[in-house]
Design a protein around this ligand. Structure first.
Ligand SMILES: Cc1cc2nc3c(=O)[nH]c(=O)nc-3n(C[C@H](O)[C@H](O)[C@H](O)COP(=O)(O)O)c2cc1C
Length: 196
């Protein structure tokens, strides 16, 4: 099934106008908004429909303080200021859930007997889902600030000591104040694409 072509204004609102958020207003983000973000994110395609992305939303000061020592100093004020900081991780045990997420293909679990291929697939699909999440945040009128300037081994120790999840990105979510610096250029189609 294909979708109807969105109008130019809507496309601009989702893809062109939003900037990466580095500073946020005081406006809160509700639990309902976080659920709405997930309900859009989860519909994006993942390998075998595996949906390995896991989300840990930090709202309280106590929760945020557990993350702060493990992010780059320049990223700390962004986390302190954002109404919500999400730790994005992937499920290292995703193969055990084949019967739930893809009953007809449950036999494919055996393709992932090697840990390396299990983790690679989970990280790849969860990273794609991070993109869907950022787009969902924007489509819902909020701003997203993705960050990887952090010590993810230390974050895993702090939040996922049993090894069942591996963190790979933090996304601050809220209402951005106007970005103070000029946008950097994007590559043109001719510079990066070829049609064979
Ligand atoms: C995977 C990823 C990692 C990033 N890590 C950081 C980070 O650690 N700290 C930060 O301030 N910005 C970080 N950014 C923000 C980027 O610098 C920003 O999205 C990019 O420059 C585009 O900015 P624009 O949306 O304003 O055009 C990251 C973005 C992505 C997608």
């Amino acid at each position: 099934m294909t979708t109807e072509h969105l109008d130019t204004e809507t496309l601009h609102k989702i893809f062109v106008q939003p900037r990466t958020a580095h500073q946020f207003t005081q406006q809160d983000v509700s639990d309902e908004q976080l659920r709405a973000i997930y309900d859009l994110t989860k519909m994006g395609p993942t390998a075998f429909n595996s949906q390995p992305l896991r989300l840990t939303f930090l709202r309280s000061t106590t929760a945020r303080e557990r993350l702060l020592p493990h992010v780059a100093p320049s990223n700390q004020p962004q986390i302190q200021q954002a109404p919500v900081s999400a730790i994005l991780s992937f499920d290292t045990q995703w193969v055990d859930k084949f019967e739930k997420f893809n009953p007809p293909m449950a036999h494919a679990a055996q393709k992932f007997s090697r840990e390396e291929s299990r983790l690679h697939s989970a990280e790849q699909s969860a990273t794609l889902s991070a993109g869907y999440l950022i787009t969902a945040v924007r489509a819902l009128g909020l701003s997203a600030g993705p960050m990887t300037g952090a010590n993810f081994s230390a974050i895993n120790q702090e939040f996922f000591p049993d090894g069942n999840q591996r963190a790979f990105m933090i996304v601050n979510i809220g209402y951005s104040t106007p970005t103070p610096y000029k946008r950097n250029p994007r590559f043109s189609f001719e510079e990066v694409a070829e049609i064979l």
